[in-house]
Design a protein around this ligand. Sequence first.
Ligand code: NAP
Length: 490
Amino acid sequence: MKMYIGGEWVDSSSGELIEKHDPSTGRVIEKFPSATRQDVDRAMDSAEESWEKWYELGSVKRSRILYRAIELIAGSRKELEKILVTENGKVPVQAAEEVDGVIDQIQYYAEFARKIYGEIVEGDSFERKIFQYKVPYGVVVAMTPWNFPAGMVARKLAPALLTGNSVILKPSSDTPLSAEWIVRKFLDAGVPKGVLNLITGRGSEIGDYMVSHPKVSLITMTGSTETGQRIMEHASRNMSKLILELGGKAPFMIWKDADLGNAIKSLVWAKFWNSGQSCIAAERLYVHEEIYDSFMKRFVEVTKRLKVGDPSKSDMGPLINRNALETTESFVEGARSEGMKVLYGGKRPKLDDPFKDGYFYEPTIIADAGSGSRLFTDEIFGPVIGAAKVSDPDDLIREANSSRYGLASYLFTRDHELIFKASEKIRFGELYVNMPGPEASQGYHTGFRLTGQAGEGSRHGVEEYLKLKNVYVDYSGAELHVESIREDLF
Ligand code: NAP
């Protein structure tokens, strides 16, 4: 694959390539360029030179290009689905779901073309007005993760472009192929040269340089909290605006009066969807003590039926890479060494060729997890969950809120008092009551604490890409009297 800089498909100026592996087999499936600082500079120059003309095209014309991109994506969506299966290890039904999400996101943002409003505010006298314009930031750097590699690209490109910014996209080094495919569709749809640039390469090598580049005005990154913190430090150099969608540690709360059929369906989805590699994945299970034993028995029975292996024929594919597999294993080993009981899973499945070297892990359920244990404090990002008993609603909410992260949370109950109390007290950007996720385009995807800054989706997400600027006008034509400056000076 190639990068796209200044309107041309190019290799890295160093010629260096990085190998991309299929997580199901561990085999190399592609090589992609490792960008240099020189490549980044060229992308910055072209993005800076092009955004103003793009902005002046107007939002309606820009949205037509987005609608055209949707047609092109929908028309060859099977290609993208296939890429998601091979580069990420997604099972086909979830790859298709992600492509639905890509289309939905672009459409949602395109619909804002006629809904970008400034304001006119009365000044301190009637003939003075303050015009508040919403204008693009200019050059946007977008860093995307590998877990929803197409969805996250769409969620950043669509609002950034619709609002008249230019973009330099740097996808995860684990999933550059779907990003390249989507960029091609936007270009074929008519995004002008220079407005959209694609840089590939390791974030650890070029990330700091990109985010501290003087031409950058806005950085949008979805990824880990550690990367977000690092970006925040480097972005301080230019005071760049930040949209940071970071880690999660979602509590999944089941009260004694819950509809357990619905709770278990939602839990299996929230934990094992995308092999547990989702920022809104259930990471801590709290079950009312009166139903704990029977619920856990049922949860294990259902989980045993999940098929893990060849993504094309299974319910759960591999983890993204060896590092993710080893991290997941370390959580389970840690829980075992702390005396917690593994009710199901807890190892790599034995698979035949070509999947024997893939990064697979069994869906794993751990009972009686301690609230201070690493299993309950750190993001696992794999198909493993620990469970704890609860009996008091205030304790439940306190335990749920005890995380350093604050993205998604789930509550299953018919108790309306508990629902309202949790809605008020929960310190998470999202609370799903009696339903699974994921978030909708019209919701504002955001988090508390280490989950980050700002958010995506809804009109608030569109506004993140627009800067409010003020123009003060006096149209009275009257002679000015400037308070605090002596009149006899003039
Ligand atoms: P990551 O390692 O932090 O990487 C995210 C992106 O940042 C990648 O493109 C990465 O490039 C780049 N990057 C790495 N170092 C950088 C640096 N110093 N400067 C600038 N960019 C840099 O995260 P991930 O492993 O891909 O994704 C998993 C994490 O994402 C989880 O923590 C998950 O919770 C979070 N996530 C959050 C949301 C949300 O909406 N809140 C959604 C999805 C995922 P390389 O790949 O080249 O390193």
